[in-house]
Design a protein. Sequence first.
Length: 330
Amino acid sequence: MILVTGGTGLVGAHLLLHLIENGEKVRAIYREEKGIQKTKSLFQHYNKSALFDAIEWVEGDILDIPSLEHAFINITHVYHCAAFISFDPKDENKLRKINIEGTANIVNFCLAKGVEKLCHVSSTAALGDLASHETIITEETEWNPEKYHSDYAISKYGAEMEIWRAQQEGLKVIIVNPGVIIGPGFEEQGSGQLIKKVSDGLLFYSYGKTAFVAVDDVVRIMIELMESTICNERFILIGQNIIFKDIFDSIADTLKVKRPGIEAKPFLLRLLLKFNWLLNFFTKKQNNLSKDTVCSFLNTKEFSNEKIKTTLQTSFLDIHQYIRENFSVS
């Protein structure tokens, strides 16, 4: 039987759908009933409601060791998709606890229960830093601890160290490093927030860039890697490196809303950052703009997907076309 953590999130829910469609026996961990409803809604979105009941749900938490005892009964393969994403400095401890300690717990259970193979969903944020002679980030790019990294990046890097520990102790592992994952459902998570911001009338764009990938490609490749003899490897999963302005324009055109019209140059972003800090200070609201989000908005780094393309002889969906096909309004 297959165990999926994070089955109530974007990647985990799509993964559950694909696994069930493939006829697999699947168990998924949930913390709250409302999380299950989000996954059920995704199945309904794809007109696959009849498949939802094939999932065996078990209440648990990757930080609650006793709850994992039941979840791991008769499990042979594990997809670890559960993670916490935040770029708010106030969430540093929560990031480390969920992403590092939670992953360590999953690793320990895999080792103790004789699991055959583990797939860990990491992030491009956990990849290395370009040296002066390098132009594109690959799986071999080395992490430089002397350079600045967000708390989220550090937590995902720490999680990967737990996965490599498992590999050293004899567990077959796969790590995938997706870029920004685009997919329907889950408005309040990840790329769903991006779609919603543009829908709500996002004002600013930038000529920074980052890597994007369709959720369909992520889960398809994860399953293919887990079903193969490939192990103890990591793979960057990205469709394209895309300028933010272009991705925002694609989303806006698809949703039939106004494109963002103000370029967020560095001085403007710094001004917005200060204003947002003051606003949060006086209103006590959660920080929705941080130094890390500003840095990502101005990022110009590119990532390579050549390793996975060569290994599996695979290709990726065009992100702009994927947006048009999955987010268009009637």
